[in-house]
Design a protein around this ligand. Structure first.
Ligand code: ADP
Ligand code: TRP
Length: 321
């Protein structure tokens, strides 16, 4: 079974990205054939400074490798290093109904807010369909918000197969990532770059501590008992701690006499220890950029080989070449 997923380099990865997506992708590399890519072409719909796009793409590669993506097991590459995908996007565009794209939420939301939308945003789901179909992907792990795009992908694959009386494309299935893993940000809302409430995985220790200390808490006095489950600090602590550690901290909340500062300090220590190995690995990777580039190039080469075969099938089916 081939598993494929992509993640956009639109900023530095945060705890929400890790627990909601990255950790789960990486776990799949153990038992399945995995293709993971950095969706730089998609990011171009929102990141407009070339230096930023370059930097976020590079940082994304370092982050994913540091967090345990193993190039010996999984194929990691930059989306834009596989031009076969953009060619396939065009072929798919010719079976895409306008009305299908008009229903897609990324575009619809922008229009609803009165914001200008470009054709890149409008056709974003077709590029995503090409990403998936180019590698005969069976399973696509994604967050809830991306399910609609997998449905579009299946629709386009079926239309193409039907129009050209072929079975060029394999129909993919989504694997919805664990939505209970919704991670809260420093303001107690869902953590997201667009809300400016993120805690990044690789903040330097001082910055990490500062961010954690800024998590919003209520004004219950130190001596009073507190409800751990109503507190964002505790909810975040649970991501990093085992059962016994969670219980111990929950008891301190309920007993009273503990200020939120102490709980934040506990969260800081727990998070720092949790990512310590990844931080060390990231430092090594950052010091060996040639090695990282080699991994991305090798990944692109094997992705291209696969995509070329699928593209040739599609070209032959519709009478090109
Ligand atoms: P952001 O909202 O910060 O822009 P993205 O939309 O780029 O993040 O998300 C990339 C992946 O991380 C998606 O699969 C998404 O489901 C997951 N993700 C993002 N934020 C969270 C969160 N707070 N909790 C759980 N998963 C999240
Ligand atoms: N659109 C996805 C997101 O924003 C990223 C993405 C691009 C993707 N192409 C993909 C995910 C193909 C899965 C498969 O999260």
């Amino acid at each position: 079974m081939r598993v494929l997923s992509g993640i956009q380099p639109t900023g530095r990865f945060h705890w929400g990205n890790y627990f909601g997506a990255i950790r789960q992708y990486i776990a799949l590399q153990t038992n399945e054939q995995a293709f993971y890519f950095i969706a730089d072409l998609h990011a171009l719909t929102t990141v407009h400074r070339p230096d930023d796009l370059k930097m976020y793409t590079w940082e994304a590669a370092l982050d994913l490798l540091a967090l345990g993506l193993d190039p010996a097991r999984a194929t990691l590459f930059r989306q834009s290093d596989v031009p076969e995908v953009t060619e396939l996007t065009w072929l798919l565009m010719t079976v895409t109904q306008m009305s299908l794209l008009e229903k897609c939420h990324a575009y619809k939301d922008k229009i609803a807010k009165g914001l200008p939308a470009d054709a890149g945003l409008f056709t974003y789901p077709v590029l995503m369909a090409a990403d998936i179909l180019a590698y005969d992907s069976d399973l696509v792990p994604v967050g809830q918000d991306q399910i609609q795009h997998i449905e579009v992908t299946r629709d386009l694959a079926q239309r193409f197969n039907h129009r050209f009386e072929s079975d060029v494309f394999v129909l993919p299935n989504p694997q919805v990532l664990d939505s209970s893993a919704k991670v809260l940000g420093t303001d107690g809302e869902k953590m997201s770059k667009s809300y400016g409430n993120t805690i990044e995985i690789f903040h330097p220790a001082k910055k990490l501590r500062k961010k954690i200390m800024s998590i919003k808490t209520d004004s219950t006095p130190v001596e009073d008992p507190k409800d751990p489950n109503a507190c964002a600090v505790f909810t975040l602590f649970r991501l990093f701690a085992d059962q016994a550690e969670q219980q111990a901290l929950a008891e301190r909340y309920r007993a009273g006499g503990m200020g939120y500062g102490e709980a934040k300090q506990a969260l800081f220590e727990q998070a720092e220890a949790y990512f310590a190995e990844a931080v060390a690995r990231r430092e090594q990777l950052a010091a060996a950029p040639d090695r990282v580039e080699e991994i991305l190039q090798a990944g692109a080469a094997s992705a291209r080989l696969k995509a070329r075969g699928v593209l040739n099938r599609a070209r032959a089916a519709c009478g090109l070449g």
